[in-house]
Design a protein around this ligand. Structure first.
Ligand SMILES: Nc1ncnc2c1ncn2[C@@H]1O[C@H](COP(=O)(O)OP(=O)(O)OP(=O)(O)O)[C@@H](O)[C@H]1O
Ligand SMILES: CC(C)(CO)[C@@H](O)C(=O)[O-]
Ligand code: BAL
Length: 277
């Protein structure tokens, strides 16, 4: 069942009246999204409802980014949702979700919202958190499932839900990768074969960083940096942080995050858990 308007969504939710989980996407669904949908199903069981939202949110794109070019594959997305047994797809257009145009009140993501991705994409996380808050309040799920591939996004969504007392449980799902290590991403379809090969430097860097964990935090970053050759990728950032993206600890769990531009300007992000002994 597909709801295009908030009224259709409200009717479908009233008819279902059961525990539900939501997976929010911008469409162009791939196996990473399918892993989220399966996790969403596991959380609610066969009698619960899995809702997928498909919406390319203009508020999170900056000037000069790929909003117009972003892949839109609605019919095959619906087929993937049907294949995964999704109960309800909510796919509003811009006017339905932002009836007054640009919203006046938005969610301010704080300091972390201006770091890492936020430093390269000013305003991005205000756009993400605002649409996530709206979609949570429209779909009123028990669970909302997000991918660790967008680790800073997941961290900020957890922060928003805690700080604003939003009554939803946020669940993270590990990154799904190609056999060669590349993290699945809708933007991978921008890559030529040659660029795909160059993009493998990101996951290689993360593995090299993890392998160097025994030698301490500086060694992790140095080992990862050595894999990111400037002739293959243009690095926006490579940083080791704590698990909630606080400054990196000397010991214990940490997260290594990388963002880089590949070829004709395709921006990719990736990250990995690092255990510092
Ligand atoms: N490889 C992946 N493994 C696990 N989750 C993923 C993966 N790729 C995307 N997701 C998750 O799917 C959800 C929707 O993401 P989105 O539709 O932006 O897909 P995407 O592939 O990340 O696209 P983009 O190329 O825009 O980054 C997010 O929670 C995101 O973290
Ligand atoms: C969470 C999200 C669907 C909000 O537009 C988007 O940022 C994404 O696809 O990760
Ligand atoms: N996957 C995060 C959405 C974005 O890049 O805008």
């Amino acid at each position: 069942m597909v709801a295009r308007t908030r009224d259709q969504l409200a009717d479908a939710l009233a008819a279902a009246d059961t525990v539900s989980s939501v997976v929010m996407t911008m469409g162009a669904l791939h196996d990473g999204h399918r892993a989220l949908i399966r996790a969403a199903r596991d959380l609610v069981g066969g009698d619960g409802s899995v809702i997928v939202t498909i919406f390319v949110n203009p508020l999170q794109f900056g000037p000069g980014e790929d909003l117009e070019r972003y892949p839109r594959t609605f019919e095959s997305d619906l087929a993937a949702c049907a294949d995964e047994g999704v109960d309800l797809v909510f796919a509003p257009d811009d006017a339905e979700l932002y009836p007054g145009g640009q919203p006046v009140v938005t969610v301010e993501p704080g300091t972390l919202g201006r770091e890492l991705e936020g430093a390269v994409r000013p305003g991005h996380f205000a756009g993400v958190l605002t649409v996530v808050a709206k979609l949570l309040n429209l779909t009123v799920p028990t669970y909302a499932v997000f991918g660790e591939k967008d680790y800073q996004q997941l961290t900020l969504i957890r922060r928003m839900v805690a700080d604003l007392e939003l009554p939803y449980q946020i669940v993270g799902v590990p990154t799904v990768r190609e056999a060669d290590g590349l993290a699945l991403s809708s933007r991978n379809r921008y890559l030529s074969d040659e660029e795909h090969t160059a993009a493998l430097a990101l996951s290689r860097a993360l593995r090299a960083g993890a392998d160097a964990a025994g030698s301490g935090p500086d060694a992790v970053v140095a080992a990862a940096a050595a894999e990111l050759k400037p002739d293959a990728v243009a690095v926006d950032y490579l940083e080791l942080r704590g698990p909630r993206l606080e400054p990196a600890p000397e010991h214990g769990p940490a997260r290594l995050l990388v963002a880089a531009r590949v070829g004709r300007g395709t921006r990719l992000i990736d990250n990995a858990a690092i255990e510092l002994p």
